[in-house]
Design a protein around this ligand. Sequence first.
Ligand SMILES: Nc1ncnc2c1ncn2[C@@H]1O[C@H](COP(=O)(O)OP(=O)(O)OP(=O)(O)O)[C@@H](O)[C@H]1O
Length: 310
Amino acid sequence: MAFLEVKDLKVHFPIKGGIFGRTVDHIKAVDGVSFELEKGKTYGLVGESGSGKTTTGRAIIGLNNITSGSVTYEGQDITNIRRAKSSVRKDIQMIFQDPYSSLNPKKRVLDIVAEPIRNFESMTKKEERIRVQELMELVGLSPESILKYPHEFSGGQRQRIGIARAVALKPKLIVADEPVSALDVSVQAQVLNFMQDIQKELDLTYLFIGHDLGVIKHMCDHIGIMYRGRYVEEGTVNDIFTNPQHIYTKRLVAAIPDIDPNKRAEQRAFRKEVQTEYEQSFNDYFDEEGLAYDLKPISDTHLVALPEKG
Ligand SMILES: Nc1ncnc2c1ncn2[C@@H]1O[C@H](COP(=O)(O)OP(=O)(O)OP(=O)(O)O)[C@@H](O)[C@H]1O
């Protein structure tokens, strides 16, 4: 049994129009996505802006309505997670992209981090304070800082507060939506390494949403590549980085900056080869609307749900 199974997930947003504000069309933000998460591992959802990654994560956690498909967590159907038992809702939490806007600037850290505790548990004020102080220590901030406001912290520290809030209820699964992309490059690695440390310490499973393949490679065991609401490819980190199949994935991999000076020539050659393949065979990979066709799976674990060509 998979820890989390997402099956043929669709999230369509209505587009209203006309004088009566009727639904005239839909944005197919997520249009048939399937994948499985293994306990204790990190699964990455990758794709360019607008490909549907965030909507997928938000739908799992109940922040977007699911149009069709299903989500199963430890064998229980949680497609409508807002109606699920509170023990399940406590188990799945989210870390948001931007620690500048996701923390209420008018609230003290104590109230920000205690919010999920107040929603789900009954603690005395004293117990709550002790719990938040412990969480501060866990994320590497001083227990006294619970009386400060978000603006008194740096970006990296703010994201640590976001992480403290996300782990306050001892969850098992965390949807991390681009948790470092709003941070200075110099602190990104610290926050990522910290996320890996607490993953081990708290036995967490991550659904890690990102567009930076360098970050994804560092964090993830398995990756799904999204393009316009669908999967184009899925596989282990090794599969995707050493043997990408779809031209879209190849282009993403080819675009990773050259860090290792010994591999620069190799990377340049790969980039050129990918560009030539892209120009020569666009019609083999995409239909007239620019939607990607399915390709042969790299491994048996592939769950690509795209139309067959032809
Ligand atoms: N609440 C909403 N109402 C209407 N359209 C939406 C809504 N949320 C997202 N969309 C649209 O759905 C599509 C997918 O958006 P989504 O944010 O999931 O992509 P993403 O891959 O996470 O991109 P980014 O990296 O920019 O966050 C986009 O076209 C977006 O404009």
